[in-house]
Design a protein around this ligand. Structure first.
Ligand code: HT7
Ligand code: ZN
Length: 874
């Protein structure tokens, strides 16, 4: 396939005013009749061309007359029709085959033929697998959908929009009609049909609209939907309060499926969710999973305005809806839970997923300039970095200014397909600020390095901060421009007190926290009336998605770790100090950095006033991927061992007695309440147990086995199982056998059973993976299951996957080829685990190259997988 370029965007030659779909549903074959009212673009004379993939064309007519075979051509995914005019009506009838569709795109079957249900996934280009249509996001159409099916087999019939009648048909069939008053692109179309149960609630919007909220699932898990329903209601209220956005249909349906390529889908009025992000109950969901359910429910709901009411002009603008909606979800979650913990979690995710993407062969701008396979562009860069860009702009405008800007954005573009320029113009115009300099952030790939150097002039009582930026070349972008980088900062004295900031040029001292913007290659900022050498707390709250390079001493970082009032920067100082400690470990003695890190954390460990969840995060050094990101020759086995040593030093410094005492204190009357304080205690308990296992394995394993048996919920149970399994403790096999049996009929819990074993570090992992592949519950056909084993192995277990003998690579490429034949989207995504292979040490690098090259040479790879493999190999 040849690439599509942003610069080639043209308005559509034809649009569709209305579509009437009549769908006769069946598991093996479904017939889709469509009636399109066409509008021609007056400035174009191009013939009518519609997208259609794998459709069996049964009938076609234009303006009421059946078309002669010479009047249309259907080839290579395009139906070309002669004779269409403005206002013409094109009718087609096609046959599709849901049960044979293993790609989980278009119309497909979830679950078994006997008990499963039918559903659709149309983003990004799935609608063309259902009917002929101009399948691009800037064609907005009014939908009327009539579903017909056997009542016994498909008692529930759902489509997006408002219900508009239903009734009986002869032969035990029934029908249901839905009309969506809001014009929408094809990617937001959805239907669901089958045997499903529901829970529901009435909701009244702030502007008085009455809405029925309905969550649907298979009968055996309907009791696990209550948390999601609560989260939905909270999200709706929050969007009303924070952005003045009300829901706009009479019903809001949400459906859970176990067979889904991504997390969830925001189809208008009919969200469809991967069960992993909708179902939650204490017995099978961890605290993290509860938070993920809340976040994804919120994200999909927020799309109703940022994505659906205002959609994207083309797929290059994907971050317009995704970056913005991630940002809105982050705001919501920060408001609902702890803001600094949420920020820590999100920045850690950005560093684990987006920074490596930006530093390797898959690097691309938040708004890419070209793509081949759009499904490969649902990346951490578009989502997570995109959200960081919105955050910077929101910070620039302030809370009220951002709200003003968003109001104008909705006012100007409601019902339209917009661009990132439209977004920045609305935000800027509402505040009389030119935001165009931020466009460079959208266009330029790579993570900027922000270099900071502070100099203190005692004679003048001045502190000069010199900031400079540099972005390394990325594929296709050898030259980089300077970007506007907002740096939120405070200055501390050596006792840990924040100082008033008197920036040269300002009239007077301006509080103790300030945002300065570096918008050149290098810039100096002078702070006056500084009476002693300060310690700068820079980039507070992670005010820009950059790598900060500042040669702090261990003492300075320890001071920030102990005193910084910004919870995020406190954690960040600990992360930087752990990095210094890690770098100095090979010296084989307790370096200053290691000692400073351990001492500061041991002191914090004694403080009972600190939030236990924050303490748990402070006690966790950066992950193996983050350590690897800073090295030019990566040996994942060594990184794992060194990180263990670092944690061992910390555990030793805190001491077995203190760890044990805290563990027991946190274990007293364990329960599964979901309030923040209870979650925080469980988080710290898990961390303490992990640290204890490093210094007293025997005792920690005995405690873990006991915790496993008596755990009141999944959080404690899985934490204990994780310690036993990763340490390969004697008690692990019994616990694993018990878990396997207990959750034999719970796919989401079983996924965790696969994952926890796929994460066993080091060479032992491969044999475990091979054995688990033979478990009767393992299948590549189900994305969650494939990810639970191979995703966990290849993307979250560096020391297990990157074996020196290359066997990890061989196994993965073998399975990717098999998976590709079933589901190219998932195969391509799993293949991104190879990102960064060029920086591996020579032995592993060689093995990775061989495995990738042999995968690339296989016949018949999908465009999805070949694009990723080709790019990774570059
Ligand atoms: N907008 C959705 C992205 C999406 C997707 C979802 C499910 C399966 C395939 C998909 N392709 C793209 C999800 C979201 O960001 O909310
Ligand atoms: Zn989204």
């Amino acid at each position: 396939t040849s690439p599509i370029h942003l610069r080639d965007y043209r308005r559509p030659d034809w649009s569709v005013e209305t579509i009437e779909l009549e769908i006769d549903l069946g598991i093996d074959t479904t017939e889709v009749s469509s009636r399109l009212t066409l509008r021609s673009n007056p400035s174009s004379s191009a013939p009518l061309r519609l997208d259609g993939e794998g459709l069996e064309l049964l009938a076609i007519s234009l303006d009421g007359s059946a078309l002669d075979v010479h009047a249309y051509r259907y080839d290579k995914g395009v139906l070309e029709v002669d004779g269409a005019r403005d206002g013409s009506v094109l009718e087609t009838r096609v046959r599709v085959r849901p049960a044979a569709n293993t790609t989980l795109e278009g119309l497909y079957l979830s679950g078994s033929r006997e008990h499963g249900f039918l559903l659709t996934q149309c983003e990004a280009e799935g609608f063309r697998h259902i009917t002929f249509f101009p399948d691009r996001p800037d064609v907005l159409t009014r939908y009327t959908v009539t579903l017909r099916a056997d009542r016994e087999r498909f008692p529930v019939l759902l489509a997006g929009g408002n219900p508009a009648g239903n009734g009986e048909l002869p032969d035990g069939r029934h029908w249901a009609r839905f009309i969506d008053p809001h014009p929408k692109p094809g990617y937001l179309f959805a239907l669901v049909a089958g045997r499903l149960e529901n829970i529901q609630r009435d909701y009244v919007t702030a502007d008085g609209g009455k809405v029925k909220l309905v969550i649907w699932s298979e009968a055996n898990v309907i009791d696990c939907c209550h948390y999601a329903l609560d989260a939905l209601e909270r999200s709706m209220r929050w969007d009303e309060q924070a952005y003045g956005r009300n829901y706009d249909l009479d019903v809001f349906h949400v459906v859970a499926t176990h067979d889904f390529n991504m997390g969830a889908m925001e189809n208008k009025g009919l969200n469809i969710f991967n069960a992993k992000y909708l179902l939650a109950d204490p017995d099978s969901s961890t605290d993290e999973e509860y938070r993920a359910v809340e976040a994804v429910v919120a994200h999909e709901y927020f799309h109703n305005w940022t994505g659906n009411r205002v959609t994207c002009r083309d797929w290059f603008q994907l971050s317009l809806k995704e970056g913005l909606t991630v940002f809105r979800e982050q705001q919501f979650s920060a408001d609902s839970n702890s803001a600094s913990l949420k920020r820590i979690e999100d920045v850690a995710l950005l560093r684990r997923t987006q920074f490596p993407e930006d530093a390797g062969p898959l690097a691309h701008p938040v708004r890419p300039a070209e793509y081949r396979e759009i499904n490969n562009f649902y990346t951490a860069t578009v989502y997570e970095k995109g959200s960081e860009l919105v955050r910077m702009i929101a910070g620039r405008l302030g809370q009220d200014g951002f709200r003003r800007g968003m109001d104008l954005y909705f006012e100007r573009h409601d019902g339209q397909a917009a661009t990132i320029e439209d977004f920045l113009s609305a935000l800027g115009d509402a505040n009389r600020i030119d935001l165009s300099p931020y466009l460079a952030w959208y266009a330029q790939a790579g993570t900027p390095r922000l270099h900071a150097k502070g100099e203190y002039d005692a004679a003048r009582c001045e502190y000069t901060l010199t900031l400079s930026q540099q972005t390394r070349p990325t594929p296709g972008q050898p030259e980089k421009v300077s970007l506007p980088i907002p740096v939120k900062l405070s200055l501390f004295d050596r006792q840990g007190t924040m100082l008033p900031l008197h920036l040269d040029g300002d009239e007077q001292a301006d509080g103790t926290e300030k945002v300065i913007v570096l918008d050149k290659g290098s810039q100096r900022f002078v702070f006056k009336h500084v009476l002693a050498p300060p310690v700068a707390s820079l980039l507070r709250g992670f005010s820009a998605p950059v790598v900060l390079e500042c040669d702090y001493s261990p003492e300075e970082l320890a001071l920030l770790l102990t005193h910084d009032a910004d919870g995020f920067n406190r954690w960040e100082a600990g992360q930087q100090l752990a990095m210094l400690a890690f770098d100095s470990l090979h010296e084989g003695h307790h370096s200053d950095a290691c000692k400073a890190w351990c001492d500061a954390l041991a002191a914090l460990f004694e403080q009972h006033a600190i939030d236990p969840a924050l303490l748990a995060d402070l006690l966790t050094p950066p992950g193996e991927i983050e350590f690897a990101d800073r090295q030019s020759e990566v040996d994942p086995g060594r990184i794992h061992a060194q990180r263990q040593t670092l944690q061992h030093r910390l555990a030793e410094r805190i001491g077995i007695d203190a760890l044990l005492a805290r563990y027991h204190a946190l274990s007293a009357n364990a329960h599964q309440h979901l309030d923040n304080a209870s979650q925080a205690r469980r988080r710290l308990k898990r961390r303490v147990l992990e640290l204890l296992a490093l210094v007293d394995a025997g005792q920690a394993h005995a405690l873990a086995a006991k915790q496993y048996e008596s755990a009141p919920g999944m959080t404690d149970r899985l934490a204990a199982l994780g310690v036993l399994v990763r340490d390969r403790a004697p008690q692990a096999s019994d616990a694993l056998a018990h878990f396997r049996q207990r959750y034999a009929n719970n796919p989401l819990a079983l996924d965790k059973w696969f994952t926890v074993q796929a994460q066993v570090p080091g060479d032992a992992a491969l044999a475990i993976i091979k054995q688990l592949e033979n478990d009767p519950a393992f299948t590549l056909k189900n994305p969650n299951r494939a990810r639970s084993l191979f995703g966990a192995f290849a993307s979250t277990n560096p020391s297990g996957f990157h074996r020196a003998d290359g066997e990890g690579y061989q196994l993965l490429t073998e399975r990717l080829a098999q998976l590709d034949a079933l589901n190219p989207q998932i195969a391509a995504r799993l293949a991104t685990a190879f990102n960064g292979w060029q920086r591996l040490e020579p032995l592993r690098r060689h093995a990775a190259r061989l495995a990738l090259e042999s995968l690339a040479q296989r016949e018949g790879l999908s465009p999805n997988l070949s694009e990723i493999v080709g790019n990774v190999l570059q």
